[in-house]
Design a protein around this ligand. Structure first.
Ligand SMILES: N[C@@H](CCC(=O)N[C@@H](CS)C(=O)NCC(=O)O)C(=O)O
Length: 289
């Protein structure tokens, strides 16, 4: 019964022939590069900045990232499905759904023989199957990161402090944004980690696209000096200002969680890609002076 529904859902899915990711890795594109590296899917990247001609081609506001998807096929119907999309979270959800079984179109038919399970579940957990409780919680975690941590926190800092010259400096808004960011970490993330000590990742045993998004937001926060909640030393909880033992435990759990995610091969490849692009970008800028 379960196998039949898996096959039916997957049969509508068409595996793309070519993917082009638009945006330099130092932007939110990082999330999608990391996801593609986890999936091991071939892709081409246009390392462009926001408001460039290429980014405007794929995003009405000229933002990055975006993804162009091509289905090259002898059948016209498949070719006409070519499309492009934007929003880093939507892109990762699409990638997780489409490459659930790797680059094959359908899951290996499950005949009850346990040997076939490995193939069937190749990337089943990066983005959980639609309609499952795990998918509901996946949506909850990614939307919390996108709307609470990113839009109401980090983006306000980027807009009204880092890019203050373009969008206007509003220190009071940035202050509120940081407080809101801290509230989400203190009231959502830390209690969750305390309540699930045996879960290595946000959704349980398996690493997923929700972890990609949260770790990216926490990395971003650290890079602008907002990471003091979890970068503090908790070895002596009273001296370090950690209010109680439980809080110190939660912070240690967060530090361990970050270490675990940041040691993944796909994460390290993404960092290396970002650093290489930064160097090329600098060299290009210098050559123009
Ligand atoms: N919610 C979008 C945000 C995209 C976004 O704002 N990207 C930044 C770069 S990381 C950008 O293009 N900024 C230029 C602008 O806001 O006009 C996503 O997650 O993809």
């Amino acid at each position: 019964m379960a196998t039949a529904s898996v096959s039916a859902a997957a049969s509508n899915i068409c595996i793309p022939a070519a993917l082009t990711l638009v945006g330099r890795t130092s932007f939110r594109t990082f999330r999608n590069v990391w996801m593609l590296e986890e999936l091991g899917v071939p892709y081409h990247q246009l390392p462009v900045s926001p408001w460039s001609a290429e980014s405007k081609r794929y995003h009405p506001l000229g933002k990055v990232p975006s993804l162009a998807v091509k289905f090259i096929s002898s059948k016209d119907a498949a070719a006409s499905k070519n499309f492009h999309m934007y929003e880093s979270v939507a892109i990762n959800t699409y990638l997780g759904d489409v490459y659930r079984y790797g680059t094959t179109r359908l899951p290996v038919q499950h005949d009850g023989n346990d040997n076939s399970r490995g193939t069937l579940h190749l990337h089943n957990y990066l983005v959980p199957m639609a309609g499952t409780p795990e998918r509901a919680l996946y949506e909850q975690w990614v939307l919390t990161a996108a709307t609470e941590l990113d839009s109401q926190g980090l983006w306000i800092h980027r807009k009204h402090q880092a890019l203050g010259k373009v969008f206007g400096h509003i220190p009071e808004a940035v202050q509120h944004a940081q407080e809101h960011f801290n509230k989400v970490v203190n009231q959502i993330l830390l209690p969750h980690l305390l309540e699930t000590p045996n879960h290595p990742y946000l959704l349980g045993c398996h690493f997923g696209a929700a972890d990609i998004l949260w770790v990216h937001c926490l990395d971003w926060a650290e890079s602008i000096g907002w990471g003091t909640i979890w970068t503090q030393d908790t070895t002596n909880s009273t001296e370090s200002g950690v209010s109680n033992q439980n809080n110190a435990k939660a912070i240690q759990a967060l530090q361990a969680y970050l270490k675990r995610c940041r040691s993944r091969t796909a994460y390290l490849k993404t960092i290396a890609k970002r650093e290489a692009e930064k160097q090329t970008h600098l060299d290009t800028m210098r050559s123009k002076i």
